[in-house]
Ligand binder design. Structure first.
Ligand SMILES: Nc1ncnc2c1ncn2[C@@H]1O[C@H](COP(=O)(O)OP(=O)(O)OP(=O)(O)O)[C@@H](O)[C@H]1O
Length: 449
């Protein structure tokens, strides 16, 4: 550790210890931390394990931010990472001595070792995206290029991208795999222009075998970034290098994305990830418990999986929180009551009321001036069949019900009818703005009942 970093850290600790924290908390949570240094204006801290990470993020982040800001006399963000600082971090250490708006240090090889295919749980919601990722990982630039993964927040896009990167690197250790978020890509581009390092920037991104770009939606509306990315894309594509892109939505729903990029993103394969169903949520919790060596009963897992539905990051966070709570309160008997107590803040702030098919049928029928009986009837005239398909689509999207169950609830229809309705409405949504708006209104009503 360089002296300046050591001094900064010492001052920060002094503020926390003398002015703010109790001795017990300080010794439990702070003593084991190590500063890594500054990266792109973010002060990085290494923490020994996931539990500490969780506690620091939840309780002490603001304290750290304020103390570091006070010591360095500049605004900083703080980020904690699990594990010992590695040698690459010497670059980050150096940065604390310099102005924090230096060009970003190299980030090659920044794949998270936890995000592999082995640790990825496959379920209905991600089966297709997983299969497409495996195909690309086994045959880069031959299977699908580019691979475009999209889906809501915290559903495993980054995990799959890293897993592809690991797999390719394991098969071919010489392959140059680069992962970058589109925000980082943008920042590096801006810095390269500012410091007249455009050539370095191009060399960095155009001489790779696999380029993984996360959260591409952030480049929408940023002209020069789109321009640069367009050329990067073309060069890599023509050189038969694999490109993998993720986004929170499909290319045709990203506003102000240039058409030439939109078209290119559609050249390969687009695969979406949906929110996991109940069984998958349970399987993910089991996997997480196995990896972290947590001992948790299945009724506690069922409790967590019933309460947290739409974001896997939150699902995993809830389990970590329950474990942290049990250890902090010295209560080894992890019951559903204890879990409820540990999660009460999170659960009261998230959507917990469950949405039923009955409710969806009610709202849809009401919206289209029909009766629920008509929706469930065998009538096939468009004024009834179309709302019925919308209701089936929403039942699939907003509830955990299986396809056959949804079919049953709509007058005993076959599950293939539900799939057809889902696909038809999904496809229509891409070009039909009035349908999109109707679905938004109906969903809002369903959520507010
Ligand atoms: N199918 C899965 N099996 C196991 N873990 C999963 C799965 N899907 C997601 N996760 C875990 O959930 C967390 C969030 O996933 P990830 O960061 O990949 O989401 P994301 O879709 O990239 O989110 P964002 O939109 O915020 O970038 C990670 O810890 C990841 O390992």
């Amino acid at each position: 550790m360089n002296t300046q970093l050591a001094e900064t850290w010492e001052k920060v600790l002094k503020i926390l210890k003398v002015e703010i924290m109790s001795e017990v908390s300080y010794n439990t949570w702070i003593l084991g931390l190590k500063p890594i240094g500054m990266r792109n204006g973010v002060f990085m801290i290494s923490v020994p394990n996931e539990l500490t990470l969780d506690i620091i993020n939840q309780r002490y982040m603001l304290l750290f931010k304020e103390s570091i800001k006070h010591v360095l006399n500049q605004d900083v963000d703080v980020q904690c990472v699990v594990g010992e600082p590695d040698s690459d971090d010497s670059k980050a250490e150096e940065e604390v001595q310099k102005d924090s708006i230096k060009p970003a240090p190299e980030a090659f090889g920044s794949l998270n070792s936890k995000y592999t295919f082995d640790s990825f749980v496959i379920g209905n919601s991600n089966r297709f995206a997983h299969a497409a990722s495996v195909a690309v990982a086994e045959s880069p630039a031959n299977a699908y290029n580019p691979l475009f993964l999209y889906g809501g927040v915290g559903l495993g896009k980054t995990h799959l991208m890293h897993a592809i990167g690991h797999h390719i690197q394991a098969n071919n250790p010489k392959a140059k795999v680069v992962y970058v978020s589109s925000e980082k890509f943008t920042n590096e581009l801006i810095n390269s222009i500012r410091y007249d390092k455009n050539l370095d920037f191009r060399n960095k991104y155009r001489n790779v075998d696999v380029l993984l770009v996360d959260d591409i939606q952030f480049i929408a509306g940023k002209e020069s970034t789109q321009e640069e990315f367009f050329h990067t894309f073309n060069e890599l594509y023509e050189a038969r290098k694999q490109i993998i892109i993720s986004s929170d939505r499909p290319p045709n729903e990203i506003p102000t994305l240039e058409d030439r990029l939109r078209t290119r993103f559609a050249w390969g394969l687009q695969a979406d990830i949906q929110a996991p169903d109940f069984e998958t949520r349970i399987a993910i919790l089991k996997k997480k418990a196995e990896i972290e060596k947590y001992v948790v009963s299945s009724d506690v897992m069922v409790y967590i999986a019933t309460k947290i539905k739409s974001n896997i990051r939150e699902l995993e966070g809830a389990l970590t929180r329950v474990m942290a709570y049990s250890s902090l309160t010295n209560n080894k008997n992890i019951t559903v009551d204890l879990a409820a107590e540990a999660l009460k803040d999170i659960i009261s702030s998230t959507q917990t009321r469950s949405i039923t098919i009955d409710l969806i049928q009610d709202v849809v029928a009401n919206y289209y001036n029909l009766s629920v009986q008509e929706l469930k009837s065998q009538r096939r005239t468009r004024n009834v069949a179309y709302p019925r398909q919308i209701a089936m689509y929403l039942s699939r999207k907003l509830t955990d019900m299986s396809l056959p169950k949804i079919g049953d609830e709509f007058g005993g229809r076959d599950h293939t009818t539900v799939i057809h309705a889902y696909e038809k409405i999904s496809a229509a949504l891409k070009s039909d703005d009035s349908l999109a708006s109707a679905i938004r209104i109906i969903t809002k009503k369903v959520n507010s009942q």
